[in-house]
Design a protein around this ligand. Structure first.
Ligand code: G
Ligand code: G
Ligand code: MN
Ligand code: NA
Length: 253
């Protein structure tokens, strides 16, 4: 898998693809953002989730190339959407490793210029499942990205290495509550307590909170009662291809 991944990044890349999942504002269900999700359609192994191959890419030192491909491709799609009048925020997942690359913020800047996409419409999602190393380099990149007006979201909040100290020093705009807490929370009081506490933390820190993996009406009702206003999940929309997502966003305008 590793050698075909490294080939993929050097050559064709036709096997990699991006899908897009809307995020909605509640109540009202207006689409306020779109998260870009990577898929690898392997000729032998079928569709492989980034959960499998992103960690491998990180180990092999390929995370930076992968993120570059994702950013370039996602912004290419966004540039098309923008030409049709769309101004909905796009969230792009990047590997925490890339934050420690001294060139990362400049590279993002170059790609925004290349595709003529304003920084303010883009948010980067960084998962806390990877430990952010070289904290000084990461902080410098984050400061530079923020100066340009790019949003930053902490993905999979509550599942990994993020400490409260890091939360404070990296100044995220948004916390995304992992679906393992959200999904089924209405019937699991422990999960409900974690979600409730995260929403309160977001309010106190001035960070918007997105609940991921909302699949049923009971969880939705409880989230609304807890004051959650931004959600993502199959109850609203699945991930879809670029053309379908563009059509959906245009219909809403
Ligand atoms: O879509 P799916 O459930 O397979 O995604 C699994 C995980 O992979 C999620 O946590 C998601 O944030 C992450 N992910 C999805 N797309 C990308 C991507 O383009 N780059 C990185 N680094 N992670 C991604
Ligand atoms: O962490 P990342 O964690 O960013 O989460 C996105 C992943 O979750 C994608 O792989 C997407 O396909 C998946 N996903 C999106 N909505 C739902 C949902 O409602 N339920 C479940 N189980 N997975 C979802
Ligand atoms: Mn994500
Ligand atoms: Na997540």
């Amino acid at each position: 898998i590793m050698s075909s991944l490294s080939n993929l990044l050097q050559t064709g890349q036709q096997e990699l693809d991006l899908y897009f999942q809307p995020q909605v504002e509640c109540p009202g269900n207006r689409i306020v953002g779109v998260e870009c999700l990577l898929r690898w359609r392997h000729p032998e192994f079928g569709t492989i989730s980034p959960l499998c191959f992103v960690p491998l890419a990180e180990h092999a030192g390929l995370a930076y190339w992968l993120d570059n491909w994702v950013l370039d491709t996602a912004l290419g799609h966004y540039s098309n959407w923008q030409a049709s009048g769309i101004r909905t925020r796009m969230a792009i997942n990047i590997s925490a490793c890339s934050l420690s690359n001294p060139d990362f913020a400049d590279a993002v800047d170059r790609l925004l210029d290349k595709h003529r996409v304003p920084a303010s419409l883009i948010e980067l999602e960084i998962t806390e499942s990877a430990l952010i190393e070289h904290h000084d380099l990461a902080t410098r990149n984050v400061q530079q990205l923020r100066q340009k007006g790019i949003g930053l979201a902490l993905d999979d909040f509550g599942t990994g290495f993020a400490s409260f100290a890091r939360l404070q020093s990296l100044c995220f705009d948004r916390l995304k509550i992992d679906r393992r807490f959200v999904n089924g929370m209405a019937s699991r009081s422990c999960n409900a307590a974690i979600v409730d506490a995260t929403l309160m933390l977001g309010r106190l820190l001035g960070q918007e909170v997105v609940a991921e993996g909302v699949e049923n009406l009971d969880d939705l009702a409880l989230l609304e009662r807890m004051g959650c206003t931004c959600m993502q999940g199959w109850l609203f929309y699945p991930a879809m291809d670029s053309a379908s997502c563009q059509a959906l966003l245009l219909k809403q305008q």
